[in-house]
Design a protein around this ligand. Sequence first.
Ligand SMILES: [Ca+2]
Length: 399
Amino acid sequence: MRRLLAVISFCAASFAGAASAQSTDFESWLEGFRAEAAAAGISAEVIADAFEGVIINKRVYELNDNQPEFSRRIWDYLDGAVSAQRIDNGRAKMAEHRALLSLIEQAYGVDAEIITAIWGLESSYGAILGNYDAIQALATLAFEGRRTGYGRSQLIGALKIIQNGYALRSQLKGSWAGAMGHTQFIPTTYLTYAVDHDGDGRRDIWTNLGDVFASTANYLSASGYRQNEPWGAEVRLPDGFDYALADSNIHKPLVEWAAGGVKTGTGTSLLGRFDPNMRGRLILPAGATGPAFLTFENFDAILKYNRSTAYALAVSLLSEEAAGRSGAVTALWPRGDRALAFAERKALQQALIDRGYNPGPVDGIIGAGTKRALRAWQRDNGLPADGYPSAAILETLTS
Ligand SMILES: [Ca+2]
């Protein structure tokens, strides 16, 4: 016991040493960053005021490594993102703000239910705006870790917001990643796309819903969103379907998908429901054993908001519900599947290399390269080529 205590106190001492070394490093990093900000045209006064008392926030690093829309299984994420509560609130909010949303829908060509769904996902309709000091959060990300480039550019953006008088230093509150206001704009998105809907001279994404909705619609419109076009739909695939067609690079007109036997989720013809010339790509978020979706250009516009398929699907399904339609997914998710741990994802990549396939670097990130290599191996071995890294596939690959 005494020995254990000694070990603990030794660790505590070295921790304290590491922490003070880190704060010294942060101070010297900040010196360099001040020069960078000055070169970007930020005044000495704004810089001095912005960084007064700012220290790094370790919690930001923890959250950066554990983003739920990337780290959770998609069905668990969707259970929370498209919960009965969020659906009910979405319908109520659509009704409450119908007049304002209609005006913005007409002005920007973005459907009210998509604006509402993004609002619901980003801040639970304004209930959770985030209490992190954006300057501190972004300085923390800029200082070290895997998002230093993002942190630096957003930090400069945040300083420009203050310098241009769009918001006060004290108003820059938001998420741990520096996303702010009702629909969580990061500073550079704010600078480029936020708009002053009510004409009071401020682009107030923190307290003015007209500015919030218009800014969100403006950003989606610039990302390619088109009014009255669907995001996509759940689909049903025929027996013997070539799952390799579920590839983010394969966009085909609906008429071709229909010719290949793809039907709506209820088994009817796609052509009866959608414009046959609309182009879509097929996604299988949980592999061949889970639900399938055809997604159109509006889905890709939502992905520009947050580059996570789980997020874009949640927004899409919630938007159906907010509009009073059903956003329920009819096929079952493979809820018994577990997510592969980091070491297992690396083992899967290594196994593909050992078998003569090229997944790219062994980094534990299942990206397009890994999926393509996995598909090739599946195809060569007579398995459904869905490129989905399940525990069962890892077992087969490594046995
Ligand atoms: Ca305004």
